[in-house]
Design a protein around this ligand. Structure first.
Ligand code: FES
Ligand SMILES: [Fe+2]
Length: 423
């Protein structure tokens, strides 16, 4: 249990708040490049700030204040120029650094525009995402986590705006016990419910729920790791040689988790839009191995993953738990047991690292050495090979079914055929 004050410290993300100070030490994704294929601007809500993201006609991205400082028109309605974004009302133009570079109705010899600057934040593009840095300079490097920079893979990004505080999502990644109940028992209930109504049930939902139920988790352990937290798990009948224990799962501090296994990897990224909204990204990488050529992607596709009342996919079941804890879960009212040790450890780490950031020091996962940042790899559970891929299983892999399911199934089928030929 936390005090009310501690709960405020680790949940609120606006400017000047403790967690807002920590979160501003990390680059945050604010859009997918796919969102700019047809639109020149995006309304961005990030860390409690409302901003305008735009792409000018030269292909440069800028993240600037929401409103034009002249008469306060929302700049998301603006239109791009060769350099910068122009306001629709009186044509003021802003460059990517927030400088006003044109005021066409002012006298030609006016120097007014030179004194007009609006909020702007630096951006970088990596892995199909546009990343912003909103913290103090000197800014750190944009971390090159492996999934964002791997070659020869297929990527897709499932995005959801969840009406709840970011930490409820992230605490889930330090709470391995929930999987048995949320994705086993609860999924079984949903299956029974669908069957009693004569509705079709995804066969992979059935087998996954059965796996969690018949082969239950027996032991969990959590420990600090270089990049956050390592979670280990043993299921009934397994030993410490099992992948779930030996390799385990990585929780990336402060707001990602790495999931997946051979050929399918993902980051679940919990981007705080404000105190009560989270932009949840399911960043998926499909790697069918060296034997299969993956067609190049001109842009990493993005798609919306719905929040459902009765979800028949894994992440949807998590979504229900997260937003049903309330907009901001009141952790002063909880009753924690021994099985909550991972959640307790995460909260300790957050409180510690907030203090580090408040002292002006670099918290963990802030990188400044380019050699270290070449590619930041995370060990992932690797098990099975493509010969044992169960046809169509992508349809239940979290967001897979809402994305490019046919393309991914085709890649897996090729990988499976090659693997079978080699046997
Ligand atoms: S309100 Fe933007 S130029 Fe006047
Ligand atoms: Fe889950």
């Amino acid at each position: 249990m936390l005090s009310v004050e501690q709960n405020e410290r680790i949940t609120r993300v606006g400017p000047g708040t403790p967690m807002g100070t920590l979160m501003r030490r990390y680059w945050q994704p604010v859009a997918g490049e796919a969102e700019f294929v047809d639109a020149p601007t995006k309304r961005v809500r990030i860390l409690g700030e409302s901003l305008t993201l735009f792409k000018d006609k030269s292909g440069r991205y800028g993240l600037i204040a929401q409103r034009c400082p002249h008469r306060l028109v929302d700049l998301a309605t603006g239109y791009p120029d060769a350099e910068g974004l122009r306001c629709i009302y009186h044509g003021w133009k802003f460059d990517t650094a927030g400088n006003c570079i044109d005021q066409p109705a002012e006298p030609a010899d006016s120097t007014f525009k030179d004194r007009v600057h609006i909020t702007s934040y630096p951006l970088e593009v990596m892995g199909g995402l546009i990343w912003a840095y909103m913290g103090p300079e000197p800014r750190p490097l944009l971390p090159r986590w492996d999934l964002f920079v791997m070659n020869g893979v297929f990527r897709q990004i499932g995005a959801t705006v969840l009406p709840a505080n970011w930490l409820q999502c992230q605490e889930n990644s330090a709470d391995s016990w929930h999987a048995m109940f949320t994705h086993g028992w609860y999924a079984n209930y949903l299956i029974d419910r669908s069957e009693s109504r004569g509705e079709a049930v995804n066969p992979f939902m059935r087998s996954t729920a059965a796996m969690f139920t018949n082969n239950p988790d027996e032991r969990h352990a959590y420990e600090r790791a270089e990049y956050g937290m390592l979670k280990r798990r043993i299921r009934r009948g397994e030993t410490e040689e099992a992948h779930g224990w030996k390799t385990g799962h990585q929780m990336l501090f402060p707001n990602y988790v790495r999931i997946g296994k051979k050929g399918w990897y993902a980051f679940q990224m919990r981007i705080p839009m404000d105190d009560t909204h989270t932009w949840h990204l399911h960043y998926e990488v499909i790697d069918p191995g060296p034997d299969v050529d993956v067609p190049p992607q001109s842009v990493v596709p993005m798609f919306e993953v719905p929040v459902m009342e009765h979800p028949d996919f894994i992440l949807g079941q998590d979504y229900v738990a997260w937003h049903e804890q309330g907009e901001i879960a009141d952790r002063s009212q909880e009753m924690l047991g021994q099985s909550d040790e991972g959640v307790i450890l995460l909260r300790q780490m957050l409180l510690e690292q907030i203090e580090v950031a408040e002292r002006g020091k670099d918290p963990i996962n802030v990188f400044r050495d380019p050699a270290k940042n070449e590619s930041l790899s995370l060990p992932t559970e690797h098990y099975g090979d493509f010969s044992d891929y169960k046809d169509g299983a992508i349809s239940y892999y979290d967001t897979g079914r809402y994305g490019y399911i046919d393309e991914i199934e085709a890649l897996y089928q090729q990988a499976k055929q090659r693997a079978l030929q080699k046997k």
